[in-house]
Design a protein around this ligand. Structure first.
Ligand SMILES: Nc1nc2c(c(=O)[nH]1)N[C@H]1C(S)=C(S)[C@@H](COP(=O)(O)O)O[C@H]1N2
Ligand SMILES: [Mo]
Length: 220
């Protein structure tokens, strides 16, 4: 039986004994930081960079780099888990907590889902409820240094409790939605929600992620 089939049939996902419940099933720990994305690494001028908010909000707004840097700042230390099977423990990110960012907006009562857009032509859908956790950031720093261009400068979303494809780099816009809609990977056979502890990697039954996929990528 293929490993993916075996994992799907297991009632309780197998635990990695060495790390107890901390390392999600089917993941390998890395100390390096793999770089994964679609398209070229974008370049920006902070004088013209902006983050647009639209959809089910009373007032559609645009935020500058300075607008975000003036908001309350939060630092988190969290583990991250990529669907390509790498996990990295104890990552320090700093930025604006999503729930603090919401204070600058009037989102409508019917909002249940959020689409977060990033360059280049990337987007991912996340339930609003998940973005209200107190460790969700619109982050500008990693390990107390500005994000490198490869890792999402100037701002990326950080959603530590879901697979890392939800953590949109080079964030450009946030759309508030009543009805859910699939984002880029969610339309391409990846799971709509993506809980790493439940191994919600794929939306189809025949999905399979080779263990060494991430080792072929760049690191820094
Ligand atoms: N804008 C954008 N954000 C993105 C992606 C992308 O292609 N474009 N890839 C996602 C995926 S699949 C992963 S695993 C993480 C990788 O982040 P990293 O390169 O900092 O490790 O970014 C996510 N955010
Ligand atoms: Mo990924």
């Amino acid at each position: 039986m293929k490993k993916a089939d075996r994992l799907k049939k297991a009632k309780t996902p197998p635990r990695n004994e060495k790390y107890g419940d901390r390392l999600p099933p089917g993941q390998t720990l890395t100390k390096k930081f793999p770089i994964l994305h679609e398209g070229e690494v974008p370049e920006y001028d902070m004088n013209t960079w902006s983050l647009r908010v639209f959809g089910e909000v009373e007032d559609e707004k645009t935020f500058s780099y300075d607008d975000l840097m003036k908001m309350p700042q939060t630092t988190i230390v969290r583990d991250i888990h990529c669907v390509t099977r790498w996990s990295k423990f104890d990552n320090t990110f700093t930025g604006v907590k999503f729930s603090d960012f919401l204070k600058a907006l009037n989102i409508k009562d019917n909002v249940k889902h959020v689409m977060v857009y990033g360059d280049q032509d990337y987007e991912s859908n996340i339930p609003l409820e998940d973005l209200l956790h107190d460790d969700i950031l619109i982050a500008h720093s990693y390990e107390n240094e500005p994000l490198t261009p490869q890792h999402g400068y100037p701002f990326r979303l950080i959603v530590p409790h879901l697979y890392f494809w939800k953590s949109v780099k080079w964030i450009t816009a946030i759309e508030f939605l009543e009805e859910d809609r699939p984002g880029f990977w969610e339309r391409n056979d990846f799971h709509n929600y993506g809980d790493p502890y439940k191994e919600e990697r794929f939306s189809t039954d025949d999905g399979y992620m080779p263990e060494d996929e991430w080792l072929k990528k760049d690191f820094d």
